[in-house]
Design a protein. Structure first.
Length: 115
């Protein structure tokens, strides 16, 4: 059974940095897209960034220039480097992998930006 295991969340001061990681355990094939969403209470889950197998990236406007997504295909792992963090970046961050058959989601990791 495939599971996505996230790590790297936590508490950081405004202007600080965090790096999220998400790795797949179990056998997973034909991953086309890896990415990150985030969600705050009372709001819908929103796309943060995604990256294709070929390395093409797409970012939400509110993170452009601050966040960087990358992936290691050999390790079935996706990363999100978050710099210049703002209080409004506080949310639960979820990773996802999309294959030709279905999508998989991580359990979520809390990121809190506060002084």
């Amino acid at each position: 059974q495939v599971q996505l295991v996230e790590s790297g969340g936590g508490l950081v001061q405004p202007g600080g940095s965090l790096r999220l990681s998400c790795a797949a355990s179990g056998s997973i094939f034909r991953i086309s897209v890896m990415g990150w969403y985030r969600q705050t209470p009372g709001k819908e889950r929103e796309l943060v960034a995604h990256i294709t197998t070929g390395g093409d990236t797409n970012y939400a406007d509110f993170v452009k220039g601050r966040f960087t997504i990358s992936r290691d295909n050999a390790k079935n792992t996706v990363y999100l480097q978050m710099d210049s963090l703002k209080p409004e970046d506080t949310a639960v961050y979820y990773c996802y992998f999309r294959t030709t058959i279905r999508s998989y989601w991580g359990q979520g990791t809390q990121v809190t930006v506060s002084s």
